[in-house]
Design a protein around this ligand. Structure first.
Ligand code: NM2
Length: 561
């Protein structure tokens, strides 16, 4: 995930230029990189939001530091309570987001063009897709694409016997589902009102509270607006915290493999600080180009590794299994989207906890990132219709996920099933991050590939710090001159580092997953507000257009030739 500052206006839509532009997102298009705000101009800060976010964050982390065990227990209780009782809400939210977007795409509102009547699409489809993916996805895809299948293989859904043939089928399918059309629909929904206000009503939206103004009206200017922004900040911190805390042990294993340095908490903390530092140095010294270059390297390196695995790995197995799993997914889409293991709570039936630990967790995780990605998607979509934006994210996003999961996941699955390498025992003995590195090490030129994979993960993490801190800093500023103030950005980058550091020391993946779910819960309601807000604003404008009152809205009608 990354944001770069564009220096020049994009003329053509080749990928490189487009990638560069991606990083403007919330700033001015013609930002002046050299004019860097050094002073601590505290007047620009929106203090209620700033302090509100900090208070919420500290009130969660400090008790966790002081009472780690009791803290983890409370979080786990909150988790059981939330997923047990509200899991259904997350599932419905995912499904409704999906259905809502399809509805909008085919409605009159879907034909609205984002921009002026004769605006061309700012980016070609390929560049647009590349940017979309770079914005929405971070280092976690490396982690989960490599290893998610192993969890499903051992603990399959639908009461299937573990490690059976049927479990294999679900193992290669479920990852694609959790990173598939519903997930991308969750990302797209907030982009609707944001893009609409940006290009049609010509009011740039930097805060989520602004995007729900059509519904909440003046309430947005009061405490409710602050609460919405604080919830968004807290959610993003939970989501990014999960990303960082997942990525770090994986990088640590890579470093261990290459150098022999033992994986300790100290090494992991060092890696987290290093990633923050890479970003901090480049942000502080105004070396925006640094992040820009990193971001481009990121994309090409990822594509190179995928291609390498596909060509030098079991090409036929990967192709066959990927295609089959797309079929399995298509056939079972609604079953997977609604499965909550309803009998699990009854005596005499086994409860695997699959839906809570996976689907609900994932929807929550996509949810906390959604408003943030919405800002990106909106910003790169000038000249598209709402319909094109919707289908674009869902289709290209899903194709990207299929590439990662199909190639990386099925490579690991192949190692397991062919008996080349026992991933499962390795994972049971040394943990998932070590198993991931061990899988990569099975490739030809194993150590070099582990090196590249580790570098890729480090860059991903550094760019996640960059983009999340950019957005967090923007939300707590009243106005922004090309970029949020640097001290403000650094402050959030280090704060962002703090949460996963704490989580790292107090333990397990479960606490992390839980933190994310708990943080994301209120955003379900914000999503509903965002959808409503878009419908309300655009439908009003459509009516007015028919009365020729609104000069800015353009509805793509089939022109008579
Ligand atoms: N999502 C896509 O670390 C990352 O890849 C960031 C994670 C929400 C599961 C996004």
């Amino acid at each position: 995930m990354s944001i770069l500052t564009s220096e020049d206006k994009i003329q053509d839509s080749n990928l490189e230029h487009a990638l560069r532009f991606l990083h403007v997102i919330t700033g001015n298009e013609e930002s002046n990189n050299e004019r860097i705000v050094l002073s601590m101009n505290t007047k620009l800060i929106d203090w209620p939001t700033f302090i509100g976010a900090l208070v919420v964050l500290l009130s969660v982390t400090i008790p966790l530091i002081l009472f780690p065990e009791a803290g983890a227990e409370v979080i786990n209780m909150a988790n059981t309570f939330m997923t047990g009782n509200f899991g259904v809400l997350y599932m419905i939210m995912g499904l409704l987001a999906f259905v809502f977007l399809i509805y909008v795409a085919f409605s009159k509102n879907g034909k609205i063009k984002l921009g002026n009547k004769d605006d061309e699409k700012e980016f070609g489809n390929l560049s647009w897709a590349g940017m979309l993916f770079a914005a929405g996805i971070g280092s976690s895809i490396l982690y989960w694409a490599m290893i998610e299948w192993a969890y499903y293989y051992q603990g399959p859904p639908f009461g299937v016997t573990p490690e059976s043939n049927e479990a294999i089928e679900w193992a290669s399918t479920y990852g694609i589902f959790h990173w598939g059309p519903i997930a991308w629909a969750i990302y797209t929904l907030p982009a609707l009102p944001i893009a609409y206000f940006y290009y049609v009503r010509k009011k740039p939206v930097l805060k989520i509270s602004e995007a729900v103004r059509p519904v909440l009206g003046k309430l947005v200017d009061g405490p409710l607006g602050v609460i919405i922004d604080v919830l968004f900040i807290f959610g993003l911190m939970g989501g990014a915290g999960t990303t960082l805390a997942l990525g770090t042990p994986m990088i640590a294993e890579g470093v261990h493999h290459l150098t022999g340095i033992p994986v300790t908490l100290g090494l992991q903390a060092g890696i987290m600080l290093l990633c923050t530092l890479i970003f901090a140095v480049s942000a502080y010294s105004g070396l925006r180009k640094g992040i820009k270059v990193l971001s481009d390297i990121n994309l090409w390196l990822a594509l190179f590794i995928l291609l390498f695995i596909f060509v030098f790995g079991p090409t036929i197995f990967i192709s066959d299994t990927t295609l089959s799993s797309i079929g399995t997914l298509a056939d079972n889409f609604f079953r997977m989207a609604t499965w909550l293991e309803p009998l699990g709570n009854l005596a005499g039936f086994t409860q695997t906890g699959f839906p809570e630990s996976w689907t609900v967790f994932y929807w929550a995780w996509w949810l906390v990132y959604a408003p943030f990605v919405g800002l990106f998607v909106a910003r790169i979509s000038r000249g598209r219709t709402i319909q094109e934006m919707i289908f674009g994210t869902m289709i290209y996003g899903t194709i990207g996920s299929i590439l990662f999961f199909g190639i990386m996941g099925n490579f690991g699955l192949y190692l397991q099933l062919s008996g080349t390498f026992d991933v499962i025992s390795h994972m049971d003995e040394f943990g998932a991050p070590a198993a991931i590195i061990a899988i990569v090490n099975q490739l030809p030129m194993g150590s070099i590939m582990v090196g590249l994979f580790t570098i890729l993960a480090i860059i991903f993490l550094a760019t996640t710090f960059d983009s999340s801190s950019f957005i967090l800093a923007s939300v707590v500023q009243k106005e922004i001159q090309s970029e949020p103030m640097r001290w403000n950005r650094l402050f959030w980058a280090f704060t962002l580092c703090f949460l996963p550091l704490v989580l790292l020391f107090i333990g397990g993946l479960e606490t992390l997953q839980t933190a994310s779910i708990v943080a994301g819960f209120p955003i379900i309601f914000i999503m509903a507000l965002l959808a409503w807000s878009f419908m309300k604003a655009s439908s009003t404008d459509i009516k007015e257009t028919n009365n020729y009152k609104s000069p800015t809205i353009h509805i793509n009608r089939k022109e008579k030739k």
